[in-house]
Structures are given as C-alpha cells and as structure tokens.
Design a protein. Sequence first.
Length: 847
Amino acid sequence: MEVMGMDESVQEDIISVLSGILHLGNVQFRSAAGDDQVDVVDVRQLESPAAFLQIDCETLRLKLTSRLMESKWGGKSENINVPLNQEQACYTRDALAKGLYSRLFDFIVESVNKAMVTQGSEVNVGILDIYGFEVFRQNGFEQFCINYVNEKLQQIFIELTLKAEQEEYRQEGIQWSEIQYFNNKEICEMIESKNPPGIFCVLDDVCATVHAVTEGIDSKFCQKLAGTFSSYRYFSYATDQFTISHYAGSVQYSPSGFCEKNRDALNNDLLLLMQSSSNAFIRALFPEKVQDRSRPTTAGTKIRSQANRLVKTLMSCTPHYIRCIKPNETKKPGDFDMERVKHQVMYLGLKENINVRRAGFAYRRPFDKFLKRYAILTKETWPQWRGDPKEGINHLMAHVAMDRAQWQLGKTKLFIKSPESKAFRSHNSDRAVSNLRSRARDLYHGKKERRWCSLYRQYVGDYIGLDEHPGPTACLRREKLLRKKDKVLFAETVVKYDRRFRPVNRDLLLAADRLSIIGRELVKKGPQKGQILEVIKRSVAVSDILSLHLSPYQDGFLVTILCSKVACKTELLLLLLERNPDLKIDFSTSVEFSLPKRGLLGRTTRRVNFVCDRARVRQPDSVHDRRVATDDSARVVLKSSGIGEAAGAASLSRFCSGLSNTTDASGPRSKQAGGGGQRAVRQQPQVIDSRLPPAGQLPTARRRSRDNNSGTSERQQQIAQRRQSSATTAAAASCRNRRPPSDSSDNSRIRIRIRIRRQFSLTASSIRPVQKPGPPRPPVPRQKPPPPPPTAVPRCVALWAYDAQDTNELSFNVDDVIEIVKKDSAWWHCRLNGREGLLPSNYVREL
C-alpha cells in the first residue's frame, strides 16, 4: 500500500474495515419460543464491529434485527419498524459484510489504477482474463453467472469475426459462399431480457415476493421458470433442476441457493447506517443517495449491468482473442485428452471460424497499402503507381502469374483467398530486395572501410524530400532534362568543392540517366527579381562518366568527373552502375585529374590524397571527416579521416528491406519560375561534400598575383617553389597513408612515429610563405620519447541489469564498469568489452 501512494491514515482505515467485517461475522441471532422476532445472542458481540466501523452499537443492533418500512395513506406517510426473523437477520448481516468488503476491494483497485496512470495517455492496451465456461456435477448461482458472462463474450466474438466477416464481403461486393454458424443471441436474451422477462428478472421477482421465508423458495423459482420459458428451445425443466443449452453445451443447474445468493444486497437502512459513521473513509465508501421507493439492488442485477458495461467497452476497442484450451482434467504434463480438446474446439466456435475463413478470403488489404508493399516487384509500379489503383494491382497480379480465382477486387480492398498465394508474393518481394542488397554489398565488400553509423542506415533514395520541396525537379523539367514519366532515383544535398577547393552547397540528383548538380541563385532582374531560384550548375550523362575513384578509408569523398563526397555512396554507385555497367570504379589513396588551363599560372592537374588517422576511431563525420589542408601553389588537397568499420562489415539495420524509396519526377508540381540558370558546357572535375565544414576549418587559398609589372624571373622562382611544395606535400601524404606494421616491438613503432613527425614538419614548413632557402636542419636524434600520459576515460557503473532491445544497444549486468564515449540526455553512447552501443543513462551511475 505504501508503494501505491497510500498514507498511514488510509492504511489504518483499511485495516479497521477488515477487522469490522471479521467481527461482524461472529454476531449470532436467536428468537424466542413461538415468536418470530429475533435479537442478538450477546450484545457484547456488537461492540467490536461497532468500534472498528465507528458507528453506534445500539443502532447497529436495531438495523440487523429490523427494517424501516414507509407506509402512505392519502397525503400522509408513516414509518413502521418491521422486525425480522432469524433467517432475514442472517441475510442482513451477511449482506452488510459482503457490501463492505466489495466496496473496499473496489477502492484498492481504483487506488492502484490511479498510481499507475500516465499523463496524457490516449491509447492503451488492456487484458481481460475471466473464468472460462464452467460445468460441474453441481452447478449453482456462481456457475450460472460465469456462464452468462461467457455467453456475452461469445456473442461479441461472433459479431466481430464471423458476422462482421460476411458483412464486409457484402459491402465490398465479393462473391463467396455463406457459412452457417451458431448464433447465441437468443440465449443471451433469454437470460438478461427485461421485456419479456428473462431469468434474472424472474429471480428478482421471486426474491421480492417471498422475502420472509426461505423454505421452498427455490422450488417456487424453478416452477416459475418452467412456466415462463417452456416454449424456448434452449431451456428445459426437470424435477428440482433446469437445463440451459449454452454455446459450449447443455448445463444442468440446481436452483438451491439461487434466491439466497441473489439477495446479497444492501437495503436503505444499511446504507444510512454506514453513512452515519464518524469515519470519513467509511462514509466515502457509500456515496450514493438513498431513494425511499427504489427496490434494493440484487446480485443478479449487478452482474447483468456490469456485463453490459464490459460489452460496451469491448465494442469501442479493437479486441484480439486468445483461446485457451484445457488438455486434460488430471492437471498433469503429457496427458492429452483428444476428445476433450475436440469438444472445446467445437464449442469455442473455432471450427465455424475456420470454415468462414476457408470459404472467404484470408488476406485483405486496402489498395494503397498493397501497392506500397509490393510495388518493388515491377518497374511500372516502383517506386509509386500514379494511375488507377485497380489497374496497378491487376498489373502486379499478372506479373506474378497469380490465378484469378485466388483473388478478387472489392470497392476499397484487395481480397486473396489462399495464404500460400500471399506467401509466394511476399517471397518474390523479399527476393527482389535481397538481390538489390546483395549487389550493393558486393560493390563495397572488402574494398572500403565503413562508418559505424552507416551499419544501421536504411536506403531511402530521396534524402532531400522532393515531395515537399519540388524545386530541383522543376528546374530539370524547365531545361527539358527530365520528363514527366522519368523517375528521380537518388537525391541528396552535398557540398561541392571548386577548383580552389572552396565549399558550396549543392543538390545532387540522379534522374533520366543524368547526374545533375542543382544550385541556387538570386534573380537580379525580371518579374522574379529578388527571389532565390534553383539553377542547373552541371548535368552529365551517366554514359559520359569514365570512372569513379574512392579511398579505402571511411571518408565520404567520391571522385568522378564530378568529385563528390556523399554519405550514401553505396546507393549512388549502385544506381550509376545500373545505368552504365562499363563504369570503372577504383579504390585508392590518391586521385589525380586534369583541369582546363586558365591563365599563365594556372595548373592543369589536381590531386586528392586520402590519409587515415589511426588515432581517431569511429569519430563522427561532422568533426574529423573534413580536415582538409590546401596549398594553392601545388594544387594538392589532403583528406584526413579516422578509422572506420571493417571493409567487409555487413549492414545491421533491421529495416534494410526498404532498399529504396525514390521519388517520381511527376510528383507535386512547382510554380513555373522564369530566369532559369545557364548550364555549364565544359566538364571539369569538381569535389563535392555532403555538408559544409565548420568556419575556419578550411583555409582559403591565396589569390593569384595580378601585378603585370612583375618580372618573369620572379614568376619562374614562384613556380619552382610551388613545384617543390607540391612534392613535399605529396611525400607527407604518402607517408601518412602507410599503415603501421603489426610489429610487437616498441622500437619499430617509435621509429615510424619519429619519421612521420619529421615529414609533417617539412609539410608545415612548405605551406608557409615563400622564403629564401636557409641552411639544412640538423638530423633529429633517434632517442626514445617519454611515454604519453594516460588519458582519463570517463566511466560509469551499472546499477541494474539491462537487456538490449535493439541491435544498436548494449546489454550489461549489475556492477559492470562501462566506458563512456558520448553522453546525451537520456541515452549514452558507451563501450563494453570492445563493443559499442547505446544504453539508458538512468541505469548507470558515472564514476
């Protein structure tokens, strides 16, 4: 109770009510000889329950031995105290004890629900677990009520499965053969109906009519049932018992105790007695207003109203059924009673449900969902069908050669009869996705390191969102480079590097067998002056691309006629190879290309050197993947990246089935914009990055000297210095590209480090302004450097055990010490036993 938020006063009140109920059961009654009036055997028996319930002892005795009846004659009314006999006094005592216990139980359940409630919860999942159908040798009032509730639930099952199934066929216009099934609606009406009166109404009437005696009341109830329901086909009467044919079979009920248990209800006198308690908690358990003319509520009436409320709640939800089958009566493992199991399968309605499914269509989906799921099977429907959905489904079914008798088209849904047909179609779809995934994996496997974040990436295709931002496709259509029926296979925002390796944002699109770069420019004249519109900066046919160059490291640079750094390189290369199978792909640490000559000092070659920094492991792309050092005199760029995943690492995404979700060029139309940009006619190499580097990270190249009065000797000296700087930079890059050998000797590693530092010092000096050559530097002594100080790694300790719920999470046990890589608000990126992943921060404590 403390966990549920109940304070000490409420806990004491609950214990007091339970104590009062227990002491109330000890009260005994006696009647004088020849007199029906009763009294308590020992008045001291009332002191304890009265003290715990905080009510007057004499008032308790009076309410247990008599009842107040209001008599009216004309305009006058008079209250008469009617004494009770011994049996009626026992009923009143038991009714008070059961009423207190029931309301106390409801209060505890409500308190637990309030303690577990979440703020703003609109959707919830509830579990309803009730007693199953009961058939004993002696079936009484309890079995009758339980079986009645099961009849109500079976009626819901019929309404929501069998009947709703066939009603859906009629609404969709599907041809099918109707199946006969058992409908228990007539049985439910026979039990709970008010007009004509059902069994519950007859029971309440007998209890109200014969309230002063108990002998023979059950036989009278049984006889009245026989007279009322003799014409019902699901009811039969025998001597001192009656039989009801439930959906699970016929059950014989003994009327003994029906009236006694049905009268377990509180009358108005007992309600007023509890409301007079000095304990506010007990008064809160009885909040209802007392109505003088109303008949006391019986147990049967309560069960009927609760069952109807339950049905109303279930009908407002989406129920899912779990049928529990009892294998034996011995409660032993390995004992399987076949006949009993068959009987349960029959009366649970499973046979009728299977027959309806066989006669109908087991699988159904709306047109749009079906096309979205299986559009990958044909080129005409992938990635999106633009015509009539029915025509698209007909095309898909004809492509997989499915028998026309196995499926039908309704008004809004597709219906498939055999589950095997649906499994065959799903197999084809999964196989098509698997083939594309295998081709993409073979393209990179063992050739290029992977970024750890890309192991979980899905193939999307459209990384710009052309449906919401159709400007790039509208620009291509204006220049007649993209037709309406053409599809955009790949779209991503990248960063392009120009001749001087200066970055600028661009949109990269692969559509209509052309690779296009879209930029944005400010319109300076015309009706759209002042607006920023998309213009085509470069558009190259895929067949004109001679080769593609990538480094073997984890960086995202892609060098082609357009050098591009793209995060989704695998997806782009796969699409390019589909359009040009003869395209050459090269993975190397250095790429050199030629440019058109511009001016006297213009260089005709450019070189990109890729260097792997082994000191950085799994560093995010936004921090270290763009450390670009430029030298304007040598036209060389150094690209440094950290250590990535193994070149043969496989994708770990659970949703790799969505290999592509490209956008059709005939998507949302944009407004026709005038003043389109001019297309570049010269094809020159460019470098493209997926994002701009941080400010100050990419140094700007020095401008060329435009002094026409300078002599030719100075220019020749400057050219010689640039060539020397280029050679020094290339040497430094090649030295950095060498991976350290896997030698266990410390001396060899130290020599390699010293050699690399010397080369880097030469590289740094070559980038500085041109100076006169000085005397050579003395050689660096080869002495063992001091060991670097150990870096303090942040760590945390596990407070509780955690099992990973996804592939990118870590599992750990209590007291495990875990290294922290990166902290976030709720999930931390950590490392344990060489494996990295995410974990909830509230499960650990930082050391």
